[in-house]
Design a protein around this ligand. Structure first.
Ligand code: P5A
Length: 427
């Protein structure tokens, strides 16, 4: 992509309505723009990151046996009346009426809809276990939408739902998702602590939140210090992991087996994922049954598993930035490489930039070529702000001897080399 043809409205000034660094940087880097309180437009750069995150999640969900579906954003009120959550959900639910005065809502989550799919299509134990997931926009009319996409009203969620014949199998499904979540967040370069949590409006008695450590996080978390070492291992023994103490907010306050403060790390976290086991709560309320191997009707055991896809964009920035801007981990970077042409009116520099641009594209490397007639300072600042992991810098002095500079955003380290060598390093 050539920057002269792209849509990247960068802001020089720090927007004064943004309180946390990720919100400020997402606005300054031209990733998002607010449409209304808690509701955002995703501009090209921001959307690229959102899609990268989606792709990692989809890949790991599929590997874990999840089956992707797509459920509508608008849901009928009847299903929620059946489950008993229609009134209980309160003002957070955006309620809508169609032209026939039928009550509908913009889905804040989809336990009811997926249960309805299940009861109409799955009848036998032979079809279980099943894990159905979707990546779809949700709406929660939060009292205090804030921090940009971190706590939005409309936000993108990956929500998965598991169905099993008995508790033992349901616990396996739960643990499989728990493990999958650790893999997903690791691939995004995030250090995440799973903590015991309250299950709130979703219900159930077994629940964990996945918290990215960050001072700007809305949750207060407490965990045993040894947990961090365990999480660094490649093959994590989750049974062992789940034995360590880690809890968030009220769950910690109301915990009877609390450890003494000197054994715990107390810090703040951003909740990027939340998993729930709630057994037969919905299958009983909505009268969903499957036949077991004796031909008897039984209520399937369920769990649900959420990831805040749009929130993750902000959480990754909170964990990866410096005073100049964002530092994307390679796996979610909108472009892997930026090309900076220091002198657009110098023939040899421009020729060299054009050539390496073509070669990178031939090799399917995502590249943003700054071909604008702007000051070098502005070009450096732009690439640092948007966080491109690698920058190729080309100017008349280097071009005269056929060399470019390769800069690594994370360390600032710059090395002069021939284009072939840079290409070798980038593919
Ligand atoms: C699990 C999947 C659920 O809704 N039902 C389906 C369960 N869980 S949850 O914890 O309420 O939400 C899942 C994740 O969504 C993100 N999230 C948000 N992101 C941005 N803005 C919001 N207002 C918002 N609310 C929830 C969180 O990452 C949460 O873990």
């Amino acid at each position: 992509m050539k920057l002269s043809q792209y849509f990247l409205p960068l802001l020089k000034e720090t927007p004064n309505d943004a309180q946390i660094v990720s919100h400020r940087l997402m606005l300054r880097a031209g990733m998002i723009r607010q449409l209304q309180s808690g509701i955002y437009n995703w501009l090209p750069l921001g959307l690229r990151v959102l899609k990268k995150i989606e792709t990692i999640i989809r890949d790991e969900m599929d590997k874990a046996g999840g089956l992707e579906i797509l459920m509508p954003t608008i849901q009928p009120a009847e299903l929620w009346q059946e489950s008993g959550r229609y009134d209980a959900y309160g003002k957070e639910m955006l309620r809508i009426k169609d032209r026939h005065e039928r009550e509908m809502l913009y889905g804040p989550t989809a336990e009811e809809v997926v249960s309805d799919i299940f009861r109409k299509n799955i009848k036998s134990y032979k079809d279980l276990p099943k894990n159905l997931y979707n990546i779809q926009w949700k709406f929660r009319d939060e009292i205090r939408p804030r921090f940009g996409v971190m706590r939005g009203r409309e936000f993108l969620m990956k929500d998965a739902y598991s169905f099993d014949m008995d508790f033992e199998s349901a616990k396996k499904s739960y643990d499989s998702m728990y493990k999958t979540y650790l893999k997903i967040f690791k691939r995004m370069g995030l250090k995440v602590i799973p903590v015991q949590a309250d299950s709130g409006a979703i219900g159930g008695n077994l629940s964990h939140e996945f918290q990215v450590l960050a001072q700007t996080g809305e949750s207060e978390i407490y965990y045993e210090k040894e947990l961090e070492t365990l999480l660094l291992q490649d093959e994590i023994d989750i049974e062992k992991l789940q034995k360590y103490y880690a809890a968030a907010d009220e769950k910690h306050e109301t915990q009877e087996n609390k450890l003494p403060p000197h054994k715990l790390n107390k810090t703040r976290g951003i909740e990027v994922g939340h998993v729930f086991y709630f057994g037969t709560k919905y299958s009983k309320a909505m009268n969903i049954t499957v036949k077991n191997n004796k031909g008897e009707d039984v209520f399937p055991e369920m769990g649900s598993y959420g990831i805040g896809v749009s929130r993750l964009v902000a959480a990754i920035i909170e964990a990866n930035h410096d005073e100049n801007g964002i530092i994307w981990p390679d796996s979610v970077a909108p472009f892997k490489v930026g090309i900076i042409n220091l002198k657009t009116n110098d023939e040899s520099s421009t020729k060299m930039c054009d050539e390496i641009y073509v070669k990178l594209r031939e090799k399917n490397i995502e590249v943003l070529y700054d071909d604008r007639e702007e000051s070098t300072g502005a070009k450096f600042a732009a690439q640092d702000l948007i966080g491109t992991p690698y920058q190729i810098i080309i100017g008349p002095r280097g071009a005269a001897v056929g060399k470019l500079e390769l800069k690594k955003r994370a360390t600032g380290e710059k090395v002069e080399m021939l284009p072939e060598m840079a290409l070798g390093k980038l593919v």
